[in-house]
Design a protein around this ligand. Structure first.
Ligand code: ADP
Ligand code: 5GP
Length: 194
């Protein structure tokens, strides 16, 4: 009898300070590799104009987010910025694996550490490093999604997040985007295609 080819789902976590280029890199990989699926996080922050509810995030009111916390619906969640909550729903990983796709996360450093600990055998965590804090400030300013106050919160947090660099399996320095994308592709191919 022929042996059944059972799908073994993997997890690839992209983590970094805000503005380092995670979303840009993850979107590129999802477009290029059909065998990847995105873990859509829930958040209580406001939707940005180009974002789509259910695709980029599940946008929840703070009350609905809290209700899901009470229902124990999250694998992990964090108050990433004051009063701005983000979390991975337990249902997400299974949703992506059920389509025979490996799960890709775009998540901050503490959540990334938690996911890595929960799935030590089939996960890979990649830290995206900006060339400098001043370049991070420039990119976040150019992105035009932040107010002066939220920009400051993101940059303050980024300085702490940079200290996590050595805790992950791989590091990509996102200086020239084309180079970073190529490195990300190589990491995906060697982890997922064997
Ligand atoms: P994150 O998801 O980590 O917050 P984004 O992917 O939104 O970061 O990138 C932040 C901003 O920087 C975006 O406007 C993006 O187009 C830009 N960006 C990303 N990578 C580079 C790069 N290598 N060089 C210049 N700008 C970049
Ligand atoms: P942004 O507001 O820029 O979309 O995201 C802010 C930060 O929250 C980013 O570092 C992003 O990766 C992180 N984040 C997104 N989803 C989750 C999640 O489900 N859990 C945790 N812990 N962080 C998340």
């Amino acid at each position: 009898m022929e042996k059944e080819n059972k799908f073994e789902g993997k997890i690839i976590i992209f983590t970094a300070p805000s503005g380092s280029g995670k979303t840009t890199i993850v979107r590129h990989l999802l477009k290029k590799y059909e065998f990847l699926g995105f873990s859509v996080s829930a958040t209580s922050r406001k939707k940005r104009p180009k974002e789509i509810d259910g695709k980029d995030y599940y946008f929840l009111t703070p009350e609905k987010f809290q209700k899901k916390v009470d229902q124990d619906a999250f694998v992990e969640w964090e108050e990433v910025y004051p009063d701005k909550f983000y979390g991975t729903l337990k249902s997400e990983i299974e949703r992506v694996w059920s389509k025979n796709k490996h799960v890709v996360f775009d998540i901050e450093v503490k959540g990334a550490t938690n996911i890595k600990e929960l799935y030590p055998d089939n996960s890979l965590a990649v830290f995206i490093c900006p060339p400098s804090i001043s370049e991070l400030r420039r990119r976040l300013t150019n992105r035009k999604t932040e107010t002066e106050s939220s920009l400051k919160k993101r940059l303050d947090r980024a300085k702490e997040e940079m200290t996590y660099e050595n805790k992950f399996d791989k590091v990509i320095i996102n200086d020239l985007l084309e180079v970073a994308l190529e490195e990300a592709e190589q990491i995906i191919e060697s982890f997922c295609i064997n």
